[in-house]
Design a protein around this ligand. Structure first.
Ligand SMILES: Cc1cc2nc3c(=O)[nH]c(=O)nc-3n(C[C@H](O)[C@H](O)[C@H](O)COP(=O)(O)OP(=O)(O)OC[C@H]3O[C@@H](n4cnc5c(N)ncnc54)[C@H](O)[C@@H]3O)c2cc1C
Length: 494
């Protein structure tokens, strides 16, 4: 008889695990708290506009291709490579730096600021590529059964990279480049890990390799939510049932195993195996009520920053604004050092803008534009009161209008704002932390919450706060790792 797997959560981690397990003959059923699938990779339809809520591009497209191959399908959406990757504007300077993948082309953007840029960039990327290639299979794409297992794996990594554990991202970039413009632009990728270049280890300069050389960045034709629609339709074809508006709040154990989970309406869901895609630390805390993950202990862990996200529909076009843009202020270092814990800097916001309708015209009515803004902010551990959200949003809109030379205020016909409170409540994210647990030395690899449960032998975890970490490609790798665990468990119990 087929073993029944209950997956709690339909984020990228839950959906890709459902695909892999259904391919392997398991009976799979998904329980999702919200009314639609996708988790943070979600969609808002409002006033005739369609917005992606979270991710707006991704790296390591090979992980999506590997998932498709593993499941015997063609990717059910079309991916589009980005080059230039994005544009960057500094306050007080009308120039938009175009961030090209080719070092020669990129050198033309920086010729006035960074002498000998091309050679420096090639050297920097060579080193970053070595870090990536020396760690990806040994540390990132594998399961660890114990701390010892993890330490033994670390010992296999080329010791030449050891100093990178003792420097931060900013220091590493500064060793390679002298201009503030290049240092700031190349260290932006540390924000993709939900922290800043000043508290992200230099080993993560491997991300510079993933963005510029390994594979670059990709969009999805029609918007990022096509990923979810494609995966969901594939799952439905395979007979996987997705139950919406089912929030798991309790459980029934049986002899060292989990027998059932219980939702907020007291319905009981039985399975042979359970895969938790809800945040791996929060679920252990709130549902399993584990002491190690008490609210107090969760607060002592390092969490990624919060996001204030803004979805704007304009009754005008912005032909001069690029698809992906970063708007940086003039106090990068001070801002980065304060942004995680203090709201003092919010008056001078730093933010990212995605003009969704630029390459996806179906996301806005004719003659209109759909915009998505992400502004990094402190999570709810450090800023609980968001009654000033309109003030922050106004300052972003004013700053953006000034930078692009057009006042967009009179053209706004649709406006939705999510603060960390919304992110927390919608997806059960601890204190509205946007990317989940941070990736510091004590919270990566074998030290991150494990993808197998400490008490129940039939419970496993997938997603951003377990291994390997945050971001869409990591979610897909996480599904591969948890699938290995489930298969190993099944073999042992047959
Ligand atoms: C603003 C923002 C921008 C981002 N941009 C990018 C980007 O450009 N590129 C990129 O690669 N990544 C990006 N990310 C990160 C990326 O979105 C996440 O790493 C990824 O989507 C997490 O997927 P997941 O499956 O781990 O978790 P989630 O997406 O959080 O899915 C977990 C699911 O579990 C459900 N759930 C929670 N608790 C319960 C419960 N008790 N019962 C039932 N269901 C439950 C939730 O509703 C949710 O659907 C961004 C994130 C944010 C917030």
């Amino acid at each position: 008889m087929k073993q029944k797997v209950i997956i709690i959560g339909s984020g990228i981690g839950g959906l890709s695990t459902a695909l892999r397990l259904s391919q392997r003959g398991y009976e799979v059923e998904i329980l999702e708290k919200n009314a639609q699938a996708g988790g943070r990779l979600n969609q808002i339809k409002m006033d005739g506009f369609t917005y992606d809520t979270g991710p707006s591009f991704f790296s390591m497209s090979c992980e999506f291709q590997e998932l498709a191959r593993d499941c015997g399908i063609k990717l059910p959406f079309d991916i589009v490579e980005l080059d230039p990757l994005y544009a960057v504007n500094f306050s007080g300077n009308p120039k938009f730096f175009q961030i090209y993948k080719d070092p020669k082309q990129l050198a033309q953007e920086f010729e006035k600021f960074e002498p000998d840029f091309e050679q420096k960039m090639r050297n920097y990327l060579k080193k970053a590529s070595r870090v990536f290639n020396d760690t990806v299979d040994i540390v990132i794409k594998r399961n660890f059964d114990s701390i010892l297992d993890y330490i033994l794996a670390l010992m296999k990594v080329n010791p030449v990279h050891l100093p990178l554990l003792f420097r931060n991202f900013w220091q590493e970039v500064s060793l390679n480049f002298s201009s503030k413009e290049v240092r700031q632009i190349l260290s932006l990728v540390a924000f993709f890990l939900g922290r800043t270049p000043f508290d992200t280890m230099a080993v993560y300069t491997l991300l510079s390799y993933t963005e510029f050389q390994h594979d670059g960045y990709y969009n999805v034709k029609g918007g990022m939510y096509k990923i979810v629609e494609g995966f969901v339709s594939e799952l439905i074809n395979r007979g996987v049932k997705i139950n919406y508006n089912v929030e798991i709040v309790d459980f029934l154990p049986n002899n060292g195993k989990l027998q059932s989970v219980v939702d907020k309406d007291n319905r009981v869901w039985n399975g042979d195996i359970f895969v938790v895609n809800a945040d791996a630390a929060v679920f252990r805390s709130k549902v399993f009520k584990r002491k190690k993950y008490s609210e107090e202990n969760l607060a002592k862990m390092a969490w990624t920053m919060g996001y204030l996200t803004l979805y704007l529909g304009l009754k005008t076009k912005l032909p001069n604004v690029h698809h992906h843009n970063y708007f940086l202020g003039s106090n990068y270092e001070e801002y980065s050092k304060n942004i995680l814990t203090s709201d003092l800097q919010l008056e001078k916001p730093y933010y990212y803008v995605n003009v969704i309708s630029r390459s996806n015209p179906e996301c806005a009515p004719e003659g209109c534009e759909a915009l998505f803004f992400v502004c990094p902010v402190p999570n709810l551990l450090f800023k609980q009161d968001w009654s000033d959200k309109d003030k922050i949003v106004d300052s972003i809109i004013k700053d953006f209008s000034k930078r692009i030379g057009k006042d967009i205020e009179p053209d706004i016909i649709s406006k939705t704002v999510f603060t960390p409170i919304d992110w927390q409540n919608k997806f059960n994210l601890f204190k509205g932390s946007g990317l989940g647990l941070a990736h510091n030395f004590r919270q990566i690899g074998g030290l991150r919450p494990k993808n197998f449960d400490e008490e129940f032998s039939n419970v496993f975890y997938v997603g951003a706060s377990t291994v390997p970490g945050a971001g869409l490609p990591m979610g897909i790798i996480s599904s591969k790792l948890v699938t290995e665990r489930v298969e190993r468990y099944s073999k042992q119990t047959i």
